[in-house]
Design a protein around this ligand. Structure first.
Ligand code: SAH
Ligand code: SF4
Ligand code: F3S
Length: 462
């Protein structure tokens, strides 16, 4: 029997990285590693990196610097601590990382972490390893499944990767390079994973992928299935009461996925649909493959099947060549749609992407001035959206204890956090909650009797 060892995984970036971090920990559990939240206690630290915006590389090296100190302290106590770098910066930088940072023992690309247990064993024997080739085997098949105890510890809401990689090549984005070509997992393998989660107490599943609605995994009949079909299959899994999916591309919002929003009660009325810009000129320069009109049409078609759908989005300001008129087109798009919330970023040139070489880069001061104006509108819409719930009763899935004694925290169908006084036995239940007030990041409510009502969402122009 090996001596018990501890692994600390630190995740940066998107939900796919969070999922990958969990799966790395699961596969290392078989090699005798249990998870620890403290890097200082760990025999192995994994930095699961993100490369989406600037300074990713600088951030990684300063993080490695901190870990190196812990590694030296451990060595002084006669204990070996290994440092592994995983994720999208590992994929992009490869060998450069072991060359620049002597403290790093293992560099594992975004597609190869199923091989981690073997790599760690070799690293313990003193080898330094870099593995960033895209593999031929299916990493999901090679990964160990988490135990019931581990699933239960992670809570009642889980992520499941159904699709990976991206073939869209937006001109600003590194994902097609760091995650490779688009690949979808077969329906039945996903269903088996979801059934396993459900039997260990998971009630809500979010299907994730860089381009999740481009999903085209093999169906039970051997033919490619759509995301709509996958959601229909998963809505039959006993115990799963809520389904979500993210992130979607406007071009892949096909009819049967839209129809699923009208037909499946478990499919939550919330869609994250990044648009990036409201200007057709910018959308073309970004190679987004859709116009402003196309985006508004998709929103209208979704709202036609489910009027209470809430939308969130991602925006980039200060993309090369963006004029004040282009930027205003983004502001008017926000007014036209009325978002529940949105993420916004100043354009950041990524080495190797076409936009990084465009001549008309926007000065940082201009970018941040636009970003502030955009965020003011987003915040106003977000507050209006939350305020529209006061006085209404909504269905809340209770997830975990809150900060105050006797309090639980849950989510509305629209992914808002709600704090409510309720007994701990209710964790995992769907309960009606009367919303009484809003805070900065949360709604407050009280358990209510009887039925929930759908709020009439009217945030457009708010
Ligand atoms: N696959 C998703 C998003 C991936 S990245 C999609 O297509 O929507 C998440 C968000 O980061 C993007 O939507 C975009 O708004 C932002 N982003 C990506 N690259 C960026 C860059 N170079 N500079 C600034 N923001 C960027
Ligand atoms: Fe990046 Fe565009 Fe692919 Fe999204 S669709 S991951 S933004 S290239
Ligand atoms: Fe970042 Fe890679 Fe996700 S670059 S956003 S961790 S796909």
């Amino acid at each position: 029997m090996n001596k018990p060892r501890k692994v600390h995984v630190k995740s940066f970036g998107c939900q796919m990285n969070v999922y990958d971090s969990n799966r790395m920990a699961d596969s290392l559990a078989g090699a005798g590693f249990s998870e620890t939240a403290q890097a200082a206690d760990a025999d192995l630290v994994i930095l699961n990196t993100c490369n989406i915006r600037e300074k990713a590389v600088d951030k990684l090296y300063s993080e490695i610097g901190r870990m190196r100190e812990l590694k030296e302290e451990a060595a002084a106590q006669g204990r070996q601590m290994l440092i592994a770098v995983a994720g999208c910066v590992a994929q992009a930088e490869g060998q450069e990382i072991t060359r620049r940072a002597q403290a790093v023992d293992v560099v594992v690309g975004s597609q190869n972490y199923h091989r981690l247990p073997g790599m760690i064993a070799r690293a313990q024997a003193g080898e330094r390893i870099v593995d960033t080739e895209f593999p031929v085997e299916d990493r999901f098949d090679a990964l160990a499944a988490p135990t019931r105890e581990v699933i239960a510890k992670r809570g009642i809401a889980a992520f499941v990767t159904v699709q990976e990689g991206c073939d869209k090549f937006c001109t600003f984005c590194v994902v097609p390079y760091t995650r490779g070509a688009e690949v979808s997992r077969p329906v039945e393998k996903i269903a088996t994973e979801v059934e396993r989660l459900a039997s260990a107490g998971v009630r809500e599943v979010t299907l994730i992928g860089q381009n999740v609605n481009a999903y085209h995994g093999q169906g039970a009949d051997g033919r490619p299935a759509t995301l709509g079909q996958l959601l229909r299959r998963l809505s039959d899994v006993p115990g799963i009461v809520r389904l979500r999916y993210t992130t979607s591309h406007p071009c892949d919002m096909k009819d049967d996925l839209i129809a699923a929003h009208g037909d499946l009660p478990a499919l939550m009325p919330y869609v994250h649909l990044p648009v990036q810009s409201g200007s057709d000129r910018m959308l073309a320069a970004m190679n987004r493959r859709h116009t402003r009109r196309d985006y508004l049409d998709v929103i209208a078609r979704l709202r036609a099947v489910r009027s209470d759908l809430a939308f969130t989005s991602d925006f980039i300001v200060g993309f090369p060549g963006e004029t004040e008129a282009d930027f205003r087109a983004t502001l008017t798009l926000l007014d036209e749609v009325g978002f529940a919330c949105a993420y916004s970023f100043a354009y950041s040139p990524r080495p190797g992407t076409p936009a990084a070489d465009m001549a008309t880069q926007i000065p940082p001061e201009e970018q941040s001035e636009r970003l502030q104006r955009l965020q003011a509108v987003i915040n106003r819409q977000w507050r209006a959206f939350n305020a529209s719930f006061i006085g209404r009763t909504v269905e809340v899935l209770l997830e975990k204890p809150g900060r105050l004694p006797g309090q639980l925290v849950g989510k509305t169908p629209y992914l808002q956090t709600v704090q409510v006084m309720a007994r701990p036995e209710l964790i995992g239940s769907l309960v009606p909650v009367a919303i009484t007030d809003t805070g900065t990041n949360t709604l407050f409510g009280a358990l209510a009797e009887g039925k929930t009502e759908m709020p009439a969402l009217a945030t457009a122009g708010a």
